[in-house]
Design a protein around this ligand. Sequence first.
Ligand code: PLP
Length: 403
Amino acid sequence: MLNPQEIRKEFPILTQTVYGKPLIYLDNAATTQKPQCVIDAISNAYCTINANVHRGVHHLSQVATEEFEQARSIVQQFIGAAHSHEIIFTRGTTESINLVASSFGNTFLKEGDEVIISTMEHHSNIVPWQMLRDRIGIVLRVIPLTSDEKLDMEAYKALFNERTKLVSIAHVSNVMGVTNPVKECIEIAHNHNVPVLIDGAQSAPHIKIDVQVLDADFFVMSGHKVYAPTGIGVLYGKEKWLNAMQPYHGGGEMIQTVRFEKTTYNELPYKFEAGTPDYVGAIALGKALEWVNSIGIEKIAAHEQMLTRYAVEKLREIPQMRIFGKPDGAAVSFLVGDIHPADLGTILDHLGIAIRTGHHCAQPLIDHFGIPGTVRASFAAYNTKEEVDILVEGIKRAVKMFS
Ligand code: PLP
């Protein structure tokens, strides 16, 4: 069993008070806090090895390059990829999906081709496809939800036809904390010879990922949601797709030769990493994933699921509580009566409790529920049952104020 009190000691920010109250940070689905070892990794990189990677013959550049490439191998192992050159460093999930929409779109899609997404996608897995629709005339097909807020698998199967070229869906809903049966979704798509992108922004921090077991064609994630710094993320793609796809950005490092008449492109992964990469961010991401490994992702998952179950049980004691979906991961979304989520969030903030309110960048899902937004509590390795108790007491206080 994981001991959150021990883990908390590694997170300097958690010792803070907010409005005189101990900080209770329950906004981990938006971003996680950083352990000291990750903060140190950033500072050490700038203090000891900083030099541009892949470019210099000099010592510092070589050390920086080695650490950068080592971080790529750590990510490869973390998600079970077959090759380290299938790991592309990006700025995060959003950039990774934009990269695929642009490069896969430019290479393989034409007017009338269809891409399947779902009702519960984050805007970053909707808008890039709409931009592609506006540019080349693809058609977006949307998987509806069942009455118990799950992906409607029968409707999903019925969406396939000879024009279907890609499926792009979330592994875990960032609003409801519900895990989708992505392995089954991938099998169904592959039976139609259609590749699948899995948005792992909300799964990689909480579930053991094995892209080969899933047989995902693309898998994307953000470093900052898994204890790493902001501005660094990952695109995993099967070698065969990445090799065939046109580059995304043009510039240094992604080329082999440049002549005014013609340019040839570098091999993977560099073909997709134009310009100076965020090598310090990548090194710190490697450190964050090693930190997760040192605790064990399964232990972290079990702890977070225990907190979610406990939170659901306690929240249900509050009259007029509505919980959205059946959360099985590290987040729970709810509303109480007709209290506006922003009002509830403001009151909780004054009690030192950081939770997220609003549409969570998933407006189509919020529209589907016909509500203004939800209140979302989301957990990480350092959260405790006592914090859930304080959250529930805070909500009860707020309800009294409004009644
Ligand atoms: N997809 C999902 C499911 C998310 O929860 C998020 C962020 O909350 C994103 C994509 C976008 O991630 P980022 O803003 O780190 O690019």
